[in-house]
Unconditional design. Structure first.
Lengths: 210, 445
């Protein structure tokens, strides 16, 4: 079996394993339960959720973002790069033809993501407070993502062969449920509950919601 | 100096394996889906650091919200996740043991006022105070609550108020306030209602009011009289505070809040009115029903909401010309960021004073004064508390205000200490006091 076909299968297998593991993690989390709320609501949880995913993430609303525009922007572009790389990955696996411009754009986004990802990794390694709060998982997870983004770019620039790219993707997919990268799912879970909590109390989006 | 530090360091308490198991059981029982999801959401980006007044004051890693969060989550991961069990070093999982418990006490009690400012600045929106409280609950279960905080809880449980004011003293104070009210109103028939059944409002206060600020009781009585309100105090349960919220002990917290509901039901009052206390509002309005697993069967309102109603309905009038000094407002975290009472106090001040200026930032984004989380009672952490208050002191100074108003008597205490420590030269007042000062008495134009 040629390496390419073998790694295609491995990537698909890793994808399924990743999705199944994340599903189990979400179910296990949900099974810890949400307590019945006995107090009378003071606002609308749904409006809180909308706030959490829109205005509540904006620099003019969120001080941590306003104070760290570079880190925030790097984070956004890094995550857009990851999304782009996965789009290219599954387009490749499914043999979906993408317009050349779209491929170029996704590849560029992936490259930007890789550069910024390495930058964030370097920042974590060099800044003492960040280093002190980090575990090996923080470094390895970032590194695996960065390599995947880099190899995505290199493969689409014809600088490396598909197996190396697929190997990086497979490794990444296998690690996703094991460590911090699982936040790709739990970010949405937590942020939803954040919105519901503050929405119900009439804190966000504000008193007009009451 | 060494002696002073030694004197404030509590004696080391050895914990047994059985206690550790108890603490773990309680800790896990306090984590619902929100907290377990949060445990898998923190990416340790560190963006929360600047949102915390502790970290802004000392720049220590241990003061970073993410550090505090992960200190608690390390135990969760080690004892309740497969990865933490198999590869603890890889995911930063740590056993709960003597050393960890000591660090929990120092960090989760001593470096956190549970103000929640980190939560709104967290990339994922992790409710860090909820996880800090879960850890505090674990410590409460094995008697590791700092004794100064625990004694405040004990006083409330045993005497009905956190300052253990004897009932006779409470009634004496009310009697004196009644005389003052009669003199001020020129009407000897006015009474302070105590244990009057069937009234619309049961009014509760912070025990610091009868103890240190009785004039705020006078102001409230004057306002209720001017509004023609049907209200009463309870002779027994009038304490709006609940330090069980901060110790982490749900059983005691539920009991303390239950006292107020018991008094309301016994007297047949329609509405429980919570006096000016940030955490008292959050505890009684939002958390007590959870602790006691009881649906709220009657409205629970802050006195700020009541004053706001009076003014908007024209039941009382205020004259802003009576307060000419520049006034600023401190938002208590538990009333505003955790409570949802945001605009009412502003509307009141805009009517009651001539020159009102906002602090920057304000409302949900305001900085904690440093007095929350039980910090005022935990004397061993006083130095940190005052240092962490510098952010608030700087905020106040930049407004050039001469009066700082806050609808919370714990905040009043911390702001008064900051006033002395940082030589701010301001007066600290509550909203009820300000409205009392600006009140136009009926028939007196």
């Amino acid at each position: 079996m040629p390496w390419d076909a073998l790694l295609r299968s491995a990537t698909w297998g890793a994808t399924l394993l990743c999705l199944a593991s994340l599903g189990v993690l979400v179910l296990r989390t949900a099974r810890t339960g949400r307590p019945h709320l006995y107090s009378r609501p003071g606002g609308d949880p749904l409006r809180g959720v909308v706030y959490a995913f829109t205005k509540g993430m904006m620099p003019w609303e969120k001080e941590s973002v306003a104070k760290h525009p570079l880190t925030f922007s790097a984070g956004i572009l890094f995550h857009l790069g990851i999304a782009a790389a996965f789009l290219l990955l599954y387009a490749h696996l499914l043999a979906l033809p993408l317009p050349a411009t779209a491929t170029q754009l996704l590849m560029f986004s992936s490259l930007v993501g890789a550069i910024l990802g390495f930058g964030l990794l370097l920042k974590r390694a060099l800044k003492p407070p960040l280093r002190r709060i980090s575990s090996p998982d923080d470094f390895l997870s970032n590194l695996l993502v960065d390599l995947f983004l880099l190899f995505t770019t290199l493969f689409h620039s014809d600088l490396i062969a598909a197996p190396l790219w697929l190997l990086s993707a497979t490794l990444l997919l296998l690690v996703i449920p094991l460590g911090k990268i699982r936040h790709c799912v739990f970010f949405f879970y937590t942020r939803t509950l954040f919105g519901m909590f503050f929405g119900r109390r009439g804190v966000f989006p504000g008193p007009k919601a009451r | 100096m060494t002696e002073l530090i030694a004197a404030s360091t509590p004696p080391k308490v050895e914990v047994t394996e059985e206690q550790i198991q108890t603490a773990l059981k309680v800790f896990f029982s306090k984590l619902s889906a929100a907290e377990v999801s949060a445990a898998q959401s923190c990416v340790r980006c560190g963006l929360c650091a600047d949102s915390c007044h502790y970290h802004l004051s000392d720049a220590e890693t241990a003061s970073m919200p993410t550090y505090k969060l992960n200190l608690a989550l390390a135990v969760f991961k080690r004892h309740f996740t497969w990865m933490g069990l198999i590869f603890p070093g890889f995911v930063g999982a740590k056993k709960l043991d003597q050393a960890m418990l000591e660090e929990w006490v120092d960090t989760l009690y001593g470096r956190c006022s549970m103000c929640g400012r980190c939560t709104i600045n967290c990339t994922s929106g992790i409710n860090i105070p909820a996880i800090v409280r879960a850890a505090r609950s674990a410590m409460a279960a094995i008697g590791m609550v700092p004794k100064e905080l625990q004694s405040t809880v004990n006083a409330a449980v045993e005497s009905g108020n956190n300052m253990a004011i004897p009932q006779a003293d409470w009634l004496d104070t009310l009697s004196w306030i009644e005389e003052e009210l009669q003199a001020e109103m020129g009407d000897e028939t006015i009474k302070i209602p105590i244990d009057q059944p069937g009234k619309r409002l049961l009014y509760t206060v912070n025990p610091r009011e009868p103890k240190f600020y009785p004039l705020s009781l006078l102001a409230a009585a004057k306002i209720f009289h001017a509004a023609g309100e049907s209200w009463t105090f309870s002779s027994q349960f009038y304490d709006v505070t609940n330090y069980g919220l901060f110790s982490g002990d749900d059983a005691h917290a539920g009991l303390i809040s239950g006292h107020l509901q018991e008094a309301r039901k016994k007297l047949g009052a329609e509405i429980l009115v919570l006096g000016e206390c940030g955490h008292g509002y959050s505890a009684n309005r939002w958390d007590a029903a959870q602790w006691n697993r009881e649906e709220q069967d009657a409205p629970i309102l802050s006195v700020i909401e009541i004053l706001h109603q009076y003014l908007s309905q024209g039941r009382i009038r205020v004259n802003p010309q009576l307060i000419q000094k520049r006034v600023t407002l401190h938002d208590p975290c538990n009333l505003v960021r955790h409570g949802g009472i945001i605009e009412e106090q502003r509307d009141i001040l805009k009517l009651a004073v001539s020159d009102f200026v906002e602090m920057i930032p304000n409302r949900q984004k305001n900085f904690c004064c440093g007095g929350g989380g039980g910090q005022l009672s935990m004397t061993r952490f006083s130095k940190r508390r005052l240092a962490a208050g510098k952010v608030k002191a700087d905020q106040i100074r930049s407004t050039s205000a001469k009066v700082v108003v806050t609808p919370c008597h714990n905040c009043v205490d911390q702001l008064s200490e900051l006033n002395r420590e940082y030589k701010l030269g301001v007066e600290i007042k509550s909203i009820v006091e300000i409205v009392g000062d600006a009140l136009v008495l009926p028939g007196k134009g």
